[in-house]
Design a protein around this ligand. Structure first.
Ligand code: UDP
Ligand code: MG
Length: 335
């Protein structure tokens, strides 16, 4: 478990204290939605049925409509009209899953905040187990996948990626854990302070420290619709994970540089010796030349690419644009 790297000198307030101050604790759900028209109503029904079994808490459901173009917003509006616990943060366009979570977190007021997907792949009943772990003292509870019902390709790449990331990241990022999590009020407050633009939230959470716990679960299949994480978005998230939490790729360039310098020195000695001792064969060696040239060219391009992706990150950050743009926040009594 990650040792606490405290970013703040404020003393954490135990969650029991909030409960003692009168009203029951508020549990907020942060729920990103992107084109989930087919499944979102069923999701909400299941979630509300599950939380109804734990009436000792108050609840709040913060749906973030991440620029859906399929009528999801209409359904969310309808949910908000019929349930005072529903808030809808409507984005002006699609900003992506990680940003949607961020906005939800910014709007959530709970003593505990639960982040989960809205396609029923993160089963609502597991969120109660997260709450139980929180009640037994954990400040951050991650839901870790024991199994997952995704394509063989996705399972394979995810498995490899999490282990690679763990190997090179400077913080202890748990494997097989997505963004399905509970954060207590203090942890949520701290996470709100992370305003970087290229976001990898699971890494940011891991880097905060706090008392962390894990709950194992079996990830279900998506109930309706298709994944909203096509290859392009997945690769971007994967790259953000690496560049946010590791400078290994940059350091690798130096190492490759040293290795090719060593090879180059050998080549130079070889070529000069050949010129001096066997002048009649020095014209041959075309293959050698091509190999050396193309290899070095490739390595240089690759290195530039690595540097470029870090420079791109810096560029994104210095622009200081808003993380997201909200068209409207919809609540129960408003239209
Ligand atoms: N999502 C989002 N914005 C996006 C892509 C996805 O808010 O640009 C939401 C989506 O509605 C879902 C969650 O993020 O609730 C996870 O997406 P998805 O299920 O498609 O990813 P997967 O489970 O396939 O990795
Ligand atoms: Mg999903």
């Amino acid at each position: 478990m990650a040792e606490a790297i405290s970013h703040s000198v404020r003393v954490p307030v135990p969650q029991q204290q909030a409960a003692e101050e009168g009203s029951p604790s508020l549990v907020s759900y942060v729920l990103p939605v992107y084109n989930e028209v087919e499944g979102i109503r069923r999701f909400h029904e299941e979630l509300t049925a599950v939380v109804a079994t734990r009436p000792e808490f108050r609840y709040e459901f913060v749906y973030v409509n991440d620029g859906s173009v399929d009528g999801s917003l209409g359904i969310l509006r309808d949910l908000a009209k019929n349930d005072s616990r529903v808030h809808v943060v409507d984005f002006a366009r699609n900003f992506g899953h990680q940003i949607a979570i961020t906005a939800g977190l910014d709007h959530a007021a709970g003593d505990a905040v639960i982040i989960m997907d809205t396609d029923l792949q993160d089963p609502p009943r597991v969120s109660l187990e997260l709450i139980d772990a929180w009640l037994s003292g954990a400040e951050i509870v991650s839901a870790r996948r024991r199994t997952r019902q995704d394509s063989r390709f996705k399972r394979f790449t995810a498995h490899g990626y999490y282990r690679l990331l763990r190997h090179c990241a400077e913080v202890d990022i748990p494997v097989d854990t997505g963004d399905f999590r509970l954060l207590d009020r203090r942890a949520a407050e701290e996470l709100r302070g992370f305003r970087e633009r290229s976001r990898f939230i699971r890494g940011m959470v891991a880097s905060m420290g706090f008392q962390q716990a894990e709950v194992l679960f079996d990830r279900d299949e998506r109930v309706a619709g298709e994944t909203k994480y096509p290859m392009r978005k997945m690769l971007r998230l994967a790259a953000d994970g690496v560049t946010s939490f590791s400078t290994v790729p940059l350091r690798l360039i130096t190492r490759i540089g040293f290795v090719s310098l060593a090879l180059a020195l050998l080549g130079i000695v070889y070529a000069v010796a050949l010129r001096v001792f066997l002048p009649e064969v020095t014209v041959s060696g075309w293959t050698m030349l091509m190999v050396a040239m193309l290899f070095l060219g490739g390595v240089q391009m690759l290195s530039l690419g690595v540097i470029g992706s870090y420079v791109g990150r810096i560029y994104n950050e210095v622009q200081q644009r808003p993380l997201y743009i909200v068209r409207k926040v919809i609540r129960y009594d408003q239209d």
